[in-house]
Design a protein around this ligand. Structure first.
Ligand code: BES
Ligand code: ZN
Ligand code: ZN
Length: 460
């Protein structure tokens, strides 16, 4: 973890070799940096490095990220950063950016890459911005917690260990509770769609309900996450290209767990219930096969046409469970790396947001913008819903039509939600995992959604 500290010291007297300034503010230090873009100047034996500043919160996070990348390159463990202004929010975003940008998944590397350890944020009122810095770091820590869960290899994170993460979050905090269903319990309950996906795996499946109940409750929210700890495709096995990053297929649950983890610090007056069904999708002599028909928890039968469309099956049971046992929630949101089709539709920087609920749509669009997490409204389309009807069962698990695959998946899920007007489905298949270093992300998990949801919860 990086240390971020505010200080009103003269930056030239800090134990740093480099002082970063957002372009246009260099004059304050009595240093002139020539020209457009980045440049640097020497002053009293220190380097003053100018980084052009983009607009808004994302500009601030990227400013720090750029500084941290440069500091890494030159192996400087401490840096000073001059903010563009003295707004409190500015310190939140700079600290958040520092927390996100300093993240590396180097646990399994014998030789750890060099990393920055200390960031000084220059402020005339260090005590006044202390709280914002702390909050910003907690936001980034929650996202980084989620990134770790996704980046961990599938031989470290599988259904049982993911269950244990939820148990660990609940431990030692009386506002939290955790309930776990094992295979036998799910069999008795009729959560057949979850069990069905896990049939080919040697790993035991688990259904997990982690709840946070504060003393005062203004709202009640259910957060559901897809938790396929590895998606090989099953008998409809994926290609090398398709399979190589499928440890990310539990990213939805990692988003939800990142949010839950942060609640013990922020303690909002909102009751939050997190649900996930952790399974592994593997081919095997005992695995699920095309043509099978399975009865979901809400009684609807599903014809399986493609064992690689497994996420929607696990979510069908979880959403049915929430519908039956928590009908009084104000909102239910599910996060899922559900379809490759959403990546084709929206690219890697925006998640598909399927909802009829204006509150959720406005909140995610607004707070997503603040947190630099892209959401984009997607339509529910009845005609694609029709394509999910089977000739031999109530539903089938693929549309047998490639076009609009993310929408037909959302229409499938809709069959398992009893109050669709309070529901949102977020297809984050494109945004969960960065294929290259960019901004404050390095190759790997992004922690997508954690910060946006946290920001929203704290406003309710
Ligand atoms: N886990 C995948 C979706 C995915 C793709 C996530 C790429 C992240 C990156 C999902 O289970 C899947 O395989 N979906 C199929 C559905 C199809 C068989 C109807 C897909 O998108 O091809
Ligand atoms: Zn799949
Ligand atoms: Zn999947």
């Amino acid at each position: 973890m990086i240390t971020v500290e505010s200080t009103n010291a003269n930056p030239f007297e800090l134990p740093v070799r480099v002082i970063f300034v957002p372009r246009g503010k260099e004059g304050e230090l009595g240093v002139v940096v020539e020209g457009e873009g980045e440049g640097f100047a020497f002053h009293e034996g220190k380097i003053v490095y100018a980084v052009p500043l983009d607009e808004g919160p994302e500009g601030l996070r990227r400013y720090v990220a750029r500084a941290i990348r440069i500091a890494r390159e030159y192996r400087m463990d401490a840096i000073a950063i001059v903010p563009p202004d003295e707004e409190k929010d500015t310190f939140f975003f700079l600290a958040e950016g520092a927390g996100l940008a300093s993240y590396l998944f180097d646990k399994y590397l014998s030789e750890k890459p060099f990393n920055v350890k200390m960031v000084y944020l220059i402020s005339s009122d260090p005590n006044g911005v202390y709280g914002e810095i702390k909050k910003g770091l907690h936001f980034s820590e929650a996202a980084n917690f989620s990134r770790d869960l996704v980046n961990e290899p599938p031989n470290a994170i599988f259904p049982q260990t993911l269950r244990d993460v939820a148990i660990e979050i609940a431990r030692g905090d009386s506002s939290f509770d955790v309930e776990v269903f094992d295979r036998e319990k799910m069999e008795r309950m009729g959560m057949n769609a979850i069990l069905y996906v896990g049939k080919g795996s040697s790993k035991e499946p688990y259904f997990v309900h982690l709840s946070y109940r504060p003393e005062r409750t203004r709202r009640r929210i259910a957060l559901v996450g897809k938790a396929v700890t590895f998606d090989s495709g099953g008998l409809n096995i994926k290609t090398y290209e398709g399979m190589k990053t499928m440890k990310m297929d539990m990213a939805g649950s990692a988003t939800v767990l990142g949010v839950m983890k942060a609640l013990s610090y922020f303690r909002p007056d909102v009751e939050i219930h997190a649900f996930f069904a952790a399974v592994e999708n593997m081919p095997d002599g005992n695995s699920d096969k095309p043509g099978d028909i399975v009865r979901a928890y809400n009684g609807k039968t599903i014809e399986i046409l493609n064992t690689d469309a497994e996420g929607r099956l696990t979510l069908a049971d979880v959403l049915s469970y929430v519908s039956r046992h928590y009908p009084n929630v104000d909102y239910v949101l599910d996060f899922a790396t559900l379809t490759g089709a959403i990546m084709v539709a929206l690219g890697p920087y925006r998640a598909g947001l399927f909802t009829d609920n204006g509150d959720i749509r406005d909140a995610l669009m607004k707070y997503g913008e603040v947190e630099g997490e892209g959401f984009w409204p997607m339509p529910f389309d009845e005609r694609l819903g029709e394509k999910m009807k089977s000739r031999v069962a109530d539903l089938k698990n693929t549309a047998e039509m490639r076009w609009g695959g993310a929408i037909s998946a959302a229409m499938f899920l809709r069959n398992f939600v009893d109050f669709p007007d309070r529901w949102a489905h977020i297809d984050m298949a494109g945004t969960a995992f960065a294929s290259e270093d960019s901004g404050y992300y390095t190759y790997g998990a992004t922690g997508f959604g954690v910060r946006t949801i946290l920001r929203w919860l704290l406003t309710l």
